[in-house]
Design a protein around this ligand. Structure first.
Ligand SMILES: [Cu+2]
Length: 502
């Protein structure tokens, strides 16, 4: 065999081993073949107060010409409906697990007691039903729900078990916000995926995926790769959810036009704040307004995700680094917008959105420290890193992998605490269940960066983040609340803990 050919084929084999599937750009990604943006139906609970979900297996075609993929979804083949409830409602939910494996369904962003939170302690068996009552007692926001079955969260979410949960107070007109679902109010679930040659969804974990979290080379929006969307020539609201397993998005428009941020995870900001780039970590949500009144076509892109590990991890894995360049270093198209002839309801950018957020709390009942640890055991490619019987690396918090039987922290109900979260080697999005918090400090070392203004439930820890957490919901030891890294492969590998509140 010719030496260059030999090198090329052994490189391809090594890449396949390291990543699982090779990165295949499929034909249906051509711009002229781009699908129309799907918009899941709105399941409006504001009159009924009842939420019926069936977790089911399905077959979903990601592109028009692609072979069907085996997927999971809630009430549909892939993803779930967009659920809308009103602030002050009590929702009677009923979730039937029609899969052939256990499933826990967590309400990410709902500030509810531990016994209805849907963490790993509340997994239901195939054929069984879970009926939590959800008190919706929090400000309007874009939350979501997704699989949280330990240690299968990453695969289950990747397969499609996620949906959006909007909380409304019916005051969008007063705020001057667009609110016609699917017209000038678009909910966008951003996910990166890999596909095989036939366009079928692929989730084969290589070593890098276990270490750094799984990243795909194509961005799928609401289940369609790189779609196109017709929008009115006016102000349009985008509700953005990062529903990816590990990718951090750096969102921007290809013509540089601003996004005006009006809300983050847990509610509105006081003012619409313009920015040209928005960082969106796994689990985070933002609502932005975009002005399409000039009628010009424009595309939303994401810049490279650099979260591949710092010097420590890269030193250890440096001989493999060349395999991770390539698709991770490129801009990726997400979604193109095509303003049509019609004008929407809102043609003026609102300035004031909601009440002043006020300063974060300064009085704390307690301070706790959490270090997010990739416990690699100092053995490159060896036993330590491939612990857990060779299934992958072990990860933990404060040196300890998640243990269903061991409650890590006990918190007093009604208190506010100061949590300091630290990371090395990589950035980790840290999510706390059943609460909202304010970010006191982050990697900027001064005032928190734009993304960390406002109330949140997930914060990207780049070295260090400090948050002020309000504990308003009880959680018994049998049904504790969770805190964890939202890189789902890290969570499954043990970077998670749980706490009771009483
Ligand atoms: Cu992590």
């Amino acid at each position: 065999m010719d030496r260059r050919l030999f090198l090329k084929s052994s490189l391809a084999a090594a890449t396949t081993t390291a990543f699982g599937a090779t990165a295949t750009k499929v034909a249906w990604a051509r711009p002229n073949a781009r699908p129309t943006l799907p918009m899941p139906g709105l399941l409006d609970l504001t009159q009924t107060g009842r939420l019926d979900l069936v977790a089911q297996q399905g077959r979903h075609r990601f592109g028009q010409d692609s072979a069907p993929s085996s997927t999971f979804g809630y009430n549909q083949a892939y993803l779930g409906p967009i659920v809308r409830a009103n602030q002050g409602q009590e929702i009677a939910a009923r979730i039937l697990n029609d899969l052939r494996e256990p499933l826990a369904t967590h309400w990410h962003g709902l500030i509810v007691p531990g016994e209805v939170d849907g963490g790993p302690h509340q997994a239901i068996n195939p054929g069984e039903v879970w009926e939590p009552i959800l008190p919706i007692d929090q400000p309007p926001s874009t939350a979501w729900f997704h699989a949280h079955t330990h240690p299968h969260t990453a695969r289950q979410v990747y397969s499609g078990l996620a949906g959006v949960f909007q909380i409304s107070d019916g005051r969008d007109d007063e705020r001057g916000l667009p609110h016609e679902h699917g017209v000038d109010d678009l909910t966008l679930v951003l996910q990166d995926r890999r596909f095989d040659e036939a366009g079928r969804l692929s989730y084969r974990l290589g070593m890098f995926d276990r270490m750094q979290g799984f990243r795909g080379d194509q961005i799928v929006v609401n289940g369609a790769p790189n779609p196109r969307s017709s929008v009115p020539r006016s102000i349009v609201r985008l509700r953005l959810l990062n529903g990816s397993n590990a990718r951090i998005y750096h969102l921007r428009f290809d013509d540089g036009r601003p996004m005006h941020v009006i809300a983050s995870d847990s509610g509105y900001w006081s003012d619409a704040v313009p920015t040209n780039e928005l960082r969106l970590a796994p689990g985070e949500r933002f609502e932005v307004l975009v002005d399409f009144s000039d009628g010009r076509d424009v595309s939303l892109l994401t810049g490279p995700d650099q979260n591949r590990g710092g010097p420590g991890m890269m030193g250890m894995m440096s001989n493999m680094r060349s395999f991770t360049t390539g698709f991770l270093d490129d801009d990726l198209p997400i979604l193109s917008f095509h303003p049509g002839g019609r004008k929407g309801a809102i043609d003026r950018m609102p300035e004031k959105i909601d009440d002043d957020l006020g300063q974060p709390p300064t009085n704390f009942a307690r301070k706790r420290r959490f270090s997010l640890d990739m416990m690699l055991g100092g053995m490159p490619m060896g036993g330590g890193m491939m612990g857990r019987g060779g299934a992958g690396p072990t990860m933990g918090i404060n040196g300890r992998a998640f243990d269903m039987q061991h409650i890590n922290e006990q918190v007093s109900l009604g208190t506010t605490e100061h949590w300091v979260i630290e990371s090395d080697m990589m950035m980790h999005p840290f999510h706390i269940h059943g609460v909202r918090f304010r970010v006191l400090a982050d990697e900027t070392g001064q005032a928190p960066r734009l993304e960390n203004r406002g109330y949140k439930d997930t914060v990207l820890v780049d070295g260090r983040a400090e948050v002020a957490v309000e504990f308003t919901q009880p959680a018994a030891r049998e049904t504790p609340l969770m805190y964890h890294c939202h890189i789902l492969e890290h969570e499954d590998a043990g970077m998670m803990g749980h706490f009771s509140v009483s």
